[in-house]
Design a binder for this molecule. Structure first.
Ligand SMILES: O=C(O)CCC(=O)C(=O)O
Ligand SMILES: [Fe+2]
Length: 371
């Protein structure tokens, strides 16, 4: 790497955009991952693969409102959830302007001088607004190539005054997108529950008391994208995540442990839908939360906005009783995300322990291994 002489220079970076503008030729050593964790093994990028690549599901959900066509859409959702825990939706009713405006507001925010953003900096995962960057020492030990801001949304009226007030349009643009995504999530959650054979209003009151957190990520262009990651592999803890990305970089892991890049579909305004750990538990393991990661681009900064929807932090989530039977014995213990937070230390981004792993019943893990 030839980085020794650079360390004082790279240590002085305090923001993703600052790093971007310096035109570094090499990745500073603290971002370089051990070779086994580097990203260069995506299925589409690996010519030696013999697996047949099936396209990732894109579901047109305009017919969800049509009683006679709804079952067909629900069936498509069931297949995608069983296979990948992931799908993209089109014709979802959210004008593309909303996502574009939110991405523009995020870009303006991340372009601000770092001193301004640092007012919101924190490593406390329970903070309602939290700015962090892998490019300085907020997240010590392991550094990932991103800046991010996380903020609570649900209900927006309670939290929005805490969101950034610079750029001045941030609250309005991010707020419009957040509200639209919350409404979409409601429809998708009902469809996913129905696809499991549950009632659309299963745990309705608990979901009403749940949370929506927007995670707004900025991944600056990276001179050596094969050596680092923007976000390490993880699954989201909630029920559903809805994600939009300005550039390619998002990847999911399929059943064969292959990384599958999710391209940006030009003109389609597709939104990405990810099943989280809580949905895996509710489904008693029929569906699995999707493991995903963010890779980096050499020339372009990438923004992604992940809207994480979950049951309340203190809600003990367990499998739906309707989904436990002789063929599908109880596979998870009940447990709240709050109790998980009490058990892990430090920042989620560098913690390899997953919430779902805390909930899996040991005898089920053993039984699955023996299959
Ligand atoms: O940036 C991405 O595409 C992934 C973001 C993500 O997984 C998250 O914020 O939880
Ligand atoms: Fe995620």
């Amino acid at each position: 790497m030839g980085d020794e002489g650079k360390s004082s220079e790279t240590d002085s970076f305090t923001s993703a955009m600052t790093l971007n503008q310096t035109g570094l030729a090499q990745v500073p050593p603290r971002f370089v991952l051990p070779s086994s964790e580097r990203p260069g093994r995506s299925l589409l990028l690996n010519p030696s693969t013999t697996t047949t690549i099936t396209p990732l599901p894109i579901i047109d959900i305009s017919s969800l409102h049509n009683p006679s066509l709804r079952p067909r859409v629900i069936e498509e959702i069931r297949v995608a959830c069983e296979d990948l825990g992931f799908f993209q939706v089109i014709n979802h009713g959210i004008p593309s302007m909303y996502a574009n405006d939110a991405i523009d507001a995020a870009t303006e925010f991340f372009n601000l001088p770092s001193e301004e953003k640092m007012h919101l900096a924190s490593t406390d995962v329970r903070k309602p607004v939290r700015y962090g960057t892998g490019l300085n020492h907020i997240e010590d030990k392991v550094h990932f190539w991103r800046d991010f801001i996380k903020h609570y949304c649900h209900p927006i009226s309670t939290w929005i005054h805490l969101w950034p007030s610079n750029p001045s349009s941030y609250k309005e643009k991010m707020g419009n997108y957040a509200k639209a995504v919350q409404a979409l999530q409601e429809q998708l959650k009902e469809a996913v529950l129905q696809s499991l054979g549950l009632k659309a209003d299963y745990l309705h009151e608990d979901f009403e008391k749940g949370t929506q957190v927007m995670v707004v990520n900025c991944y600056p262009a990276c001179p050596e994208p094969d050596l680092a990651l923007g976000m390490p592999p993880h699954s989201d803890y909630g029920s559903l995540t809805i994600l939009t990305q300005s550039q390619p970089g998002f990847e999911i892991m399929d059943k064969n442990n292959n990384w599958r890049p999710v391209p940006v579909i030009e003109g389609a305004a597709a939104l990405l839908v990810l099943l989280g750990d809580q949905m895996e538990v509710i489904s008693n393991g029929r569906y699995k939360s999707v493991v995903h990661r963010a890779t980096l681009n050499k020339d372009r900064t990438r923004i992604s906005i992940a809207s994480l929807h979950s049951l309340a932090l203190d809600k003990k989530v367990g499998p739906a009783p309707e989904l436990i039977d002789d063929e599908h014995p109880l596979a998870y213990n009940e447990g709240s995300f709050e109790s998980f937070l009490d058990h892990i230390s430090g920042n989620d981004a560098r913690n390899k322990v997953r919430y779902i792993d805390m909930l899996k019943r040991p005898e089920t893990i053993k039984a699955n291994c023996m299959k």
